[in-house]
Design a protein around this ligand. Sequence first.
Ligand code: PHE
Length: 332
Amino acid sequence: MSVLVEKMEAALEQSLEQLAAAGSAADIEQVKNSMLGRQGFLPAAMKELRDVPPEEKPQVGKAANIIKLKFTQALQDKTEALASADAQSNAIDVTMPPRRRYSGHKHPISQTIDDCVKIFRRMGFVTVEGPEIEDEYHNFDALNTPADHPSRDSQDTFYLLDGMLLRTQTSPVQIRVMEKQDPPVRIICPGRCFRKDAPDATHSMNFSQIEGLYINKNVSIADLKGTLLTFAKEMFGDKVQIRLRPHFFPFTEPSIECDVLFRNFKGGEDKWLEIAGAGMVDPNVLKNVGYDPEIYTGFAFGMGIERMAMLKYEIPDIRHLYNNDTRFLHQF
Ligand code: PHE
């Protein structure tokens, strides 16, 4: 066989190997140039063909054509293969689930208020609101709180000008509702309260309560207990127990605190934890709003929202609820 044909076959073999290894259009272009380009192998081979003896020419010329054909075919195949691989990697996979976009949600305090409101609404309580800036009369006097009561101290209450203050409890809303409305009354009132407490894991100067008030004929402490138990079961689960402990509030008589029994609290022992102050509305309070305590009786309660959120979501420090660290808030 002619030396030229051998050379051409060797060049073809080499270029086919290079094509196989080519990973980009630029690689392919390079192989193409080395074979077909002006300084490429095949044009040079064609020049050599001139010097081949005439009797060998047809055979060598035919071989040269076949080699060129094989090369251009391989070149085309490789170009197409690369293009289709490219298209595949850029293709849109319509079955792929979308990336989830983070969307905002309610603050855990608002969520807890919503939970409470839903439970009490099913028991017939109507939601009302009252002002955060109160006067001394509604926050203290009308609630039967004597002038020398420690809660009125300026160390505990944020006083504003002209006898106004930041309400220290949601109880003044009881007064505002009863002033405007004749019995029966069955309301809850969620809202912010303010006290000059030094901030720590369980105290914040700014906190939230939910107040409840039910006034009617023949309301007894059994109704209060039933209401609190129903609430506790709905909020913390059916197996929950409550206990009422005697306490004192100026505006209720008798007064109690309501504890809920948390089984296996934080993985440890069973624990009673207070969720509400409550009691039968003091006759003096009823008189202050013009209700006849001989005809009407009722109960009131006040619950700490943050406390409830902390129990429900196992939040160890009340300050987490106010720092607005999104790493914390995103968990709810
Ligand atoms: N206002 C009381 C407090 O802030 C709670 C309470 C409300 C107690 C209603 C009795 C009745 O501690």
